[in-house]
Ligand binder design. Structure first.
Ligand SMILES: [Zn+2]
Length: 267
């Protein structure tokens, strides 16, 4: 239960550590539009994995969201003074593992994804349910399950026994991986994970106000997936704990708009 909750924890250290294991191999590959060597192969453990080059881009899928508010926000990853972001010219695919889903959840997952999409101008596409268990140790490439390319974002459920990081009042975990793009040395977010605590969310859903707080937990975690880090400001939903906010704060919205306004990876 989480009536005196400090709901959230971030896993950026773990995620960064996971990234370090994926080393660019520098495979030589000529692309006429890029007289260089796009790095379309990565080492996943000891095996080389081919990452499809992003298609030539016709631009953003959804309009850029203008920044209309100011407040506190922070980024999960920065590189050369810029936040690491998803490519706004490709849809963010996501999958869902319903095992452990609390009764009465309704459409909170889809609703939460829609909230992050609206605030970022990033397009999300639901690829259906998966039997992959949502963890932060997941493989970034799972061609047998998802086909070529990076694994989609996964949203799933767990509990304290299976995921010790959910101990006590921690209600959810979220994050993404910062990986090098195919061209140049720009980094992008891929293969995010959200793990929600079945026990805590079940408790929240027991009351009407708790339902709004449960939604707040889910959008907070997806906020991590698209690159927002915690701030020390209880008026922002990306504060590390929350007992009253049910929607984005001004700094959250500012940060989300910036995170949705990154460069396209294809050229
Ligand atoms: Zn958090």
């Amino acid at each position: 239960m989480s009536s005196r909750a400090s709901f959230w924890a971030t896993f950026s250290t773990f995620v960064v550590a996971a990234i370090v294991a994926f080393v660019i191999s520098g495979l030589s590959f000529m692309d006429l539009r890029h007289l260089g060597t796009p790095r379309n192969a990565l080492l996943d453990g000891s095996s080389e994995v081919r990452v499809p080059l992003p298609p030539a881009s016709d631009g953003r899928l959804l309009p850029e969201v203008p920044v209309t508010t100011t407040g506190n926000f922070a980024f999960m990853f920065e590189d050369k003074g810029e936040p690491v972001r998803f490519d706004p010219c490709r849809a963010i695919h996501y999958v869902y593992n319903a095992s452990g889903q609390p009764a009465g959840l309704g459409n909170l997952i889809q609703d939460s994804v829609a909230s992050v999409s609206a605030a970022t101008g990033l397009e999300f596409v639901y690829d259906g349910e998966t039997d992959e268990v949502a963890t932060f140790g997941r493989r970034l490439f799972q061609p047998d399950r998802y086909g070529e390319g990076f694994a989609p974002v996964i949203i799933g459920w767990s509990n304290e026994a299976a995921t010790p990081e959910l101990a006590g009042s921690i209600t959810g975990l979220g994050g993404s991986n910062s990986v090098t793009g195919a061209y140049g040395d720009q980094r992008f977010l891929e293969a995010g994970t959200v793990v929600l605590d079945t026990t805590d969310i079940t408790g929240l859903l027991a009351t009407t106000q708790g339902r709004a707080l449960a939604r707040a937990v889910i959008i907070h975690e997806i906020g991590h997936v698209v690159g927002l880090a915690h701030v020390d400001d209880p008026t922002e939903l990306m504060n590390a704990s929350n007992t009253s906010l049910t929607g984005w704060g001004p700094g959250d919205l500012q940060g989300l708009a910036i995170l949705g306004a990154g460069p396209c990876e294809g050229h």
